[in-house]
Design a protein around this ligand. Structure first.
Ligand code: PSU
Ligand code: MN
Length: 310
């Protein structure tokens, strides 16, 4: 018997047995990425966006030492409200199980659990990456390592400019992970549709994204991909405002010597507070847009797989 208990919600279980489209969603964004009550409200709205676009949402977390794929209301509450929720990336997962903890899963940990139950498409806000000042801190998110070794495809709004975007893209290139921007030439920087950096690839239709995923699968590749969706211009925070907020947050983090897994939540929180809610509004809009695109890709992927089974 395995020491790991994986519990699927009814909705996810049904979709899985019928080979219907499913979109995985992470939970660190709930516990460590947004304040209460916007976090729980957004998490549930994002699930509905997935449903409205023809797929089943599977928000993933570890609840009292059980891996849950699809959460109930009490699970959402526990993640959204409790200060004691652990942030679990690959490194932390087995510890959360052994100590029966409630842990929110990062992009890396969510990919691992999604893959365990055969979910290929995953939507989130932003992924972790290579941090600015990496030469000193050696801080590279485990999300990048996971993209290298787990075949789950992550729809996001690019990489936040709290990170070093060019180095993050270099790392992904070395890892063989395709990075595509949906419908635009420029790779997006989360709050801003502009990063000043050309995207390695552009794809304009969800069908073509599904075909790329199918080809990776047919090669037997073990890695995932990044599908970046730029935030609509009217919802973006102007780049100069964002740069200022990030500089202030990075300065404060250095002053307080924040490091390790605390740094990303610290920076996100500082930016949200100092932007007086502006960044939070953009954050909510972009995660919903990402969820919609992910659902559409999952639908197209299920179509391809369905045709093949016939
Ligand atoms: N970046 C964001 N919002 C987030 C995160 C990253 O813009 O909520 C979260 C995700 O869960 C991501 C994690 O997987 O932070 C990365 O943490 P770290 O940098 O410690 O690897
Ligand atoms: Mn880190």
């Amino acid at each position: 018997m395995s020491s790991i208990k994986i519990v699927l919600s009814k909705e996810v279980q049904n979709a899985n047995s019928e080979n219907s489209p499913i979109v995985a969603l992470e939970s660190t964004i709930i516990s460590h990425g947004m304040p209460y009550p916007e976090n729980i409200k957004t998490a549930k709205e994002v699930e509905n966006v997935v449903r409205q676009n023809g797929a089943v949402p599977a928000t993933i977390a570890i609840i009292n030492g059980e891996c849950k794929i699809g959460l109930n209301d009490a699970d959402f509450e526990a993640l959204a409200k409790s200060d004691g929720v652990m942030k679990a990336s690959r490194r932390d997962m087995a510890i959360a199980i052994a100590q029966k903890k409630t842990a929110a899963t990062t992009v890396a940990a969510t990919m691992i659990l999604a893959h365990k139950v055969g979910i290929k498409i995953f939507a989130t806000g932003g992924i972790g990456g290579v941090h600015r000042g990496v030469a000193e801190s050696w801080d590279i998110s485990a999300d990048l390592e996971e993209l290298k070794r787990t075949p789950v495809h992550v729809v996001c709004a690019g990489v936040k400019s709290i990170l070093d975007i060019p180095k993050t893209l270099e790392y992904l290139e070395t890892s063989g992970v395709p990075v595509i921007t949906f419908g635009e030439e420029e790779f997006p920087a989360f709050f801003s549709d502009q990063s000043g950096i050309k995207s390695p690839f552009t794809i304009n239709t969800t069908k073509e994204v599904a075909q790329m995923i199918t080809a990776q699968n047919d090669f037997g590749f073990k890695h995932g991909s990044i599908i970046a969706l730029p935030l609509a211009k009217e919802d973006a925070v102007p780049k100069h405002e964002m740069d200022q907020l990030i500089q202030t947050a990075l300065g404060k983090a250095a002053e307080r010597q924040v490091s390790g897994k605390d740094i990303t939540p610290f920076l996100l929180n500082e930016i949200a507070q100092n932007s007086k809610g502006e960044s939070l509004k953009s954050n909510i809009k972009l995660i919903k847009a990402n969820a919609k695109l992910a659902a559409q890709i999952a639908v197209d992927l299920a179509l391809i797989q369905g045709i093949r089974r016939k």
